[in-house]
Write a protein that binds this ligand. Structure first.
Ligand code: G16
Ligand code: MG
Length: 213
């Protein structure tokens, strides 16, 4: 029975992927690294460190250089985040969050991002969430199930009473491994392993999920 909805952030609540792309692009240019939109697509739902490892590919850097590069990328990303507003909430999401609150179904965030809380604040969504699990909450990032298990624990709901909303392959895998039902947003090739799949956030059908679960 559905007692909690656990939302991913980027690609589900809002689209920060473009801002991550711009920030990584600047770093890649300065570091003389190859970075394309195709590579950016592989970073969906992946932690900052794992993202940099993918971008570095065969290019070797010391741990201290890596730490500085991550900080530089994040500084640019934080600057870009200043431009986001309530208008950047993806279609249908605000209505869905309000409906879940009205039905007293717990609403939790489970994001790989260490900037998740600040982004929810900018979007004015903090009051609609019962708990936040983010890039600071767990060691192992998606596709490990840890962030979802941590999120469910924060609201005292069993994993098998949770529905995860995810747009990334790694996130769908993490939700399934956690023993949760998953709504996948995006193409079959990316989120085909989900229990329900929709093309975009506006197509999430709460009634159908609650009837079937
Ligand atoms: C998001 C993005 C990833 C990003 C990660 C970490 O994950 O999809 O591209 O690398 O957060 O973000 P930060 O650098 O802000 O800590 P999610 O889980 O919200 O989709
Ligand atoms: Mg995502």
């Amino acid at each position: 029975m559905c007692k909690a909805f656990i939302f991913d952030l980027d690609g589900v609540i809002t689209d920060t992927a473009e801002l991550h792309f711009q920030a990584w692009s600047k770093l890649a240019l300065e570091e003389n690294l190859v970075f394309t939109r195709e590579i950016n697509e592989q970073l969906r739902g992946i932690s900052r460190r794992d993202s940099l490892d993918i971008i570095l590919a065969e290019n070797v850097r010391s741990e201290s250089q890596i730490a500085k590069m991550m900080e530089r990328k994040n500084d640019v990303y934080l600057d870009l985040l200043n431009s986001i507003t309530k208008d950047d909430i993806l279609p249908g999401i605000l209505e869905l969050l309000l409906e879940l609150n009205a039905r007293q179904i717990k609403v939790v965030l489970a994001s790989a991002s260490r900037n998740a809380r600040g982004i929810l604040l900018r979007l004015g969504l903090i009051p609609l969430f019962d708990a936040i699990a983010d890039g600071w909450s767990v060691e192992r990032s998606k596709p490990a199930p840890d962030v979802f298990i941590h999120a469910a624990g924060q609201v005292g709901v069993n994993a098998n009473d949770c529905v995860v909303v995810e747009d990334a392959q790694a996130g769908v895998e993490a939700g399934k491994t956690a023993g949760m039902k998953v709504i996948g947003i995006g193409p079959e090739s990316r989120v085909g392993a989900a229990d329900w799949r929709v093309d975009d956030t506006a197509a999430i059908n709460l009634k159908q999920v609650l009837e079937q679960f």
